[in-house]
Design a protein around this ligand. Structure first.
Ligand SMILES: Cc1cc2nc3c(=O)[nH]c(=O)nc-3n(C[C@H](O)[C@H](O)[C@H](O)COP(=O)(O)OP(=O)(O)OC[C@H]3O[C@@H](n4cnc5c(N)ncnc54)[C@H](O)[C@@H]3O)c2cc1C
Length: 409
C-alpha cells in the first residue's frame, strides 16, 4: 500500500524553520517602515540574497521538491513575515519562472542570473502581461511584437500596467501579441535586456496594501530586441502559431478567447500560500491579544463571541492550507486539474485572508484600527490576493467551466 503522510520531512522542517527565523528576525521588524515609505526594501532583499533566500538556487530547490510542498511552505513563511516585503523578495521569481517555463537552456543561463544579480549588487526582474484594457481579458492584449527579418530583431510597442518591479527591473519579461487574430494563442514572451532603449517606467502606483512592493506601468516605444530574446526561439513559435491557425480555421475563424486563464492553474496555489501566510500572521496576533486584553475583569477570549471567531479563523486557515497543499502536490505529480483545484485553492485562501484579517481588526478593537498594531496593514495587504493572478471571479469562472464543461460567462 502506498505510504501516506501529511507530515513535513526533516529537511522540509529545517527549511521552514530557517525561513521562519528570517521572516521573524529580518522581515517582520522592517514591515511597518517600508509600508510607510512605499519603496522597494533593497536592504532586506540584500539580506535575503546574503543568506541565500533571494536566489534562483533556492527557488529551484523548492520548486523541484518532489512532494510539491517546497514553494507553498516557503511562501507561507515569508508572507507571514510581511506581504509587501515578501513580494519584493519573490517578485523576481515570477519573471524567472516565465523564462524557466518557456526559455531555451541558453536563455535560462544568460538571463536568470541577471535577474537576481548577486549579494553585493542585487537586481530584480519584472513580468509584464497586464495592460490597461487587458486585465482579466488577457486575449485583448494590444502590445504588439513585429519581426524585422532583415535585422533579426523584434520591435515591440505597447503599454503594460500593474507590473511588479516594472521599470526598476534589470530584466523585464514582456508578453506581446505576434498575431492578434489568434487571441491569447498568438502571444509570445520576450526578454528586454538591461538598458534597452524605448522601455520606460510610466506611473508608479500608490497602493492600498503591499506598499513595499513596487508596482508601475511600463511603456514600450519602438523597443528593439535581438531575435534571441524571443523566449523559446522563432522555430518553436512558428510551429505553435501554425497549429493555432489550423485550430482557428477548424473553428470557423473565430478569434481564440481565453478569459479564464486556465494556464495559470499550476502557479495559483503559490498565491494561495501567500494568502495563508498573511492570514496566519493576523490570526496569531489576534489570538495573543484576546488572551491578554481584559474587559469586564476577564480576558476577552473568555467570551464565546471572541473565542468562536478565533476557532473559525484557525479552521479556515487550515482548510485553505490543505487546498493549497493538495493543488501543489497535484501539480508536481502531474495530476490533471479536473476540478480546477489550483484555482479552488487560490480562491479559498485569498478570500480567507481577507476575512480573517478583518476579524483580527475586530478582535483588537480600536487598537486593530491603528498602525500601532500590524493587523491593519495585514488587512490592507490581504486585499491583493483576490485580485492578482486572476481575480476571485475569474477563479470561479475557471472552476465552473471546468466542472460543467460549459462556456459559462
Ligand atoms: C499590486 C498588483 C500587482 C500586480 N502585479 C502584476 C505583475 O507583476 N504582472 C502582471 O502582468 N500583472 C500584475 N497585476 C495585474 C493583475 O493580475 C490584474 O490586476 C488582474 O488580473 C485583474 O485585472 P484588472 O485589474 O484589469 O481588472 P478587470 O479585469 O478590469 O476586472 C475588474 C472586475 O471585473 C471582474 N470581472 C472581469 N471579467 C469578469 C468575468 N468574465 N466574469 C465576472 N467578473 C469579471 C473582475 O473579477 C474584477 O472584480 C498586478 C496587480 C496589482 C494590483
Amino acid at each position: 500500500m502506498a505510504e501516506f503522510t501529511m507530515e513535513l520531512n526533516d529537511e522540509q522542517k529545517e527549511v521552514r524553520d530557517w525561513l521562519h527565523g528570517f521572516a521573524a528576525d529580518v522581515i517582520r521588524p522592517a514591515a511597518a517602515e517600508w509600508d510607510e515609505r512605499e519603496e522597494t526594501p533593497w536592504p532586506v532583499i540584500q539580506e535575503a540574497a546574503k543568506v541565500g533566500i533571494y536566489s534562483l538556487d533556492f527557488y529551484a530547490q523548492q520548486y523541484f521538491d518532489p512532494t510539491g510542498l517546497g514553494i507553498p511552505m516557503a511562501m507561507e513563511e515569508l508572507f507571514w513575515g510581511d506581504a509587501g516585503i515578501a513580494l519584493s523578495i519573490v517578485g523576481t521569481g515570477l519573471a524567472a519562472v516565465g523564462v524557466l517555463a518557456n526559455g531555451t537552456e541558453e536563455q535560462i543561463g544568460t538571463w536568470i542570473p541577471q535577474m537576481y544579480g548577486d549579494a553585493t549588487d542585487v537586481k530584480v526582474a519584472a513580468f509584464c502581461s497586464s495592460e490597461p484594457d487587458a486585465g482579466s481579458d488577457v486575449a485583448s492584449m494590444r502590445t504588439r511584437a513585429v519581426y524585422d527579418e532583415a535585422n533579426d530583431e523584434w520591435v515591440i510597442n505597447g503599454t503594460k500596467t500593474w507590473a511588479t518591479n516594472g521599470g526598476i527591473a534589470n530584466v523585464h519579461v514582456v508578453v506581446a501579441s505576434v498575431d492578434p487574430e489568434l487571441g491569447s494563442k498568438g502571444h509570445a514572451s520576450f526578454i528586454i535586456p538591461p538598458g534597452t532603449r524605448g522601455l520606460a517606467q510610466g506611473q508608479k502606483f500608490k497602493k492600498h496594501g503591499i506598499r513595499a512592493s513596487h508596482t508601475a506601468e511600463v511603456v514600450l516605444d519602438d523597443v528593439r530586441v535581438p531575435g534571441s530574446c524571443l523566449l523559446g526561439g522563432k522555430e518553436k513559435l512558428d510551429e505553435r502559431l501554425a497549429r493555432a491557425r489550423e485550430k482557428a480555421k477548424a473553428a470557423g475563424g473565430e478569434r481564440v478567447k481565453n478569459a479564464a486563464m486556465a494556464t495559470f492553474e499550476a502557479s495559483r496555489p503559490a498565491v494561495g500560500a501567500m494568502a495563508v501566510g498573511t492570514a496566519r500572521a493576523a490570526y496569531e496576533v489576534a489570538l495573543e491579544y484576546a488572551r491578554t486584553r481584559e474587559q469586564f475583569g476577564r480576558p476577552i477570549i473568555d467570551n464565546q463571541g471572541v473565542a468562536f471567531q478565533l476557532a473559525d479563523m484557525r479552521t479556515q486557515i487550515d482548510a485553505a492550507r490543505l487546498l493549497v497543499w493538495r493543488a501543489s502536490w497535484m501539480a508536481i505529480s502531474g495530476k490533471r486539474f479536473t476540478a480546477a483545484e489550483g484555482s479552488m485553492s487560490k480562491l479559498f485562501a485569498s478570500e480567507t485572508a481577507k476575512k480573517v484579517t478583518a476579524q483580527a481588526i475586530q478582535i483588537l478593537g480600536g487598537n486593530g484600527y491603528t498602525r500601532e498594531y500590524p493587523v491593519e496593514r495585514m488587512h490592507r495587504d490581504a486585499a491583493i490576493y483576490t485580485i492578482f493572478e486572476g481575480t476571485s471571479e475569474i477563479q470561479r469562472l475557471v472552476i465552473a467551466r471546468t466542472l460543467s464543461g460549459m462556456p459559462i460567462r
